[in-house]
Ligand binder design. Structure first.
Ligand code: HEC
Length: 124
């Protein structure tokens, strides 16, 4: 059944794509498409994330090493990045979910990915 679906997917791709695609390339294409759909952190822009973090998160979190003040009891971004289970993908998804102790930001998937990439860049 799955094989059949894949066959028809390949036929479909071969119809829309002028170049011939062999089954291995087809698999790669599927993997890339799934990656693009699932991972908001892909192709993320950490510099833009830094700007967003300074604008929206710095009132509570220490978002960069040159920031002196923020709320107590709120984890600095550098500390989040050091966690052993840190992953930019997970963080991006976390930012898209409503979070009880944090105000809800209307972050787009790209913005969430950028902020996650920025926090990831603080990891040493
Ligand atoms: C109004 C204050 C406030 C603002 C603004 C705020 N946060 Fe938070 N944030 C918190 C608090 C408080 C916690 C700790 C929550 C807890 O312990 O459950 C937290 C925790 C987190 C965590 C860690 C969650 C975990 O797994 O422990 C992340 C990631 C995070 N914030 C990201 C952000 C980002 C990104 C922004 C900006 C878009 C932001 N926060 C803006 C108050 C804030």
């Amino acid at each position: 059944m799955r094989g059949l679906r894949y066959q028809s997917f390949l036929l479909y791709i071969q119809r829309i794509c002028p170049r011939r695609i062999n089954p291995d390339q087809g698999m790669l294409l599927i993997a890339v498409m799934i990656g693009l759909t699932l991972s908001p952190a892909m192709g993320a822009d950490a510099d833009h994330g830094a700007e967003l973090a300074k604008r929206w998160c710095a009132s509570c979190h220490v978002v960069s090493s040159d920031q002196k003040q923020a709320s107590a009891d709120v984890p600095p971004f550098a500390a989040l990045a050091q966690r052993s289970d840190f992953s930019a993908e997970k963080l991006a998804f976390f930012l898209l979910e409503p979070h009880p102790k944090m105000p809800n930001y209307p972050l787009s998937r790209n913005e969430a990915g950028d902020i996650a990439a920025y926090i990831g860049s603080l990891r040493k």
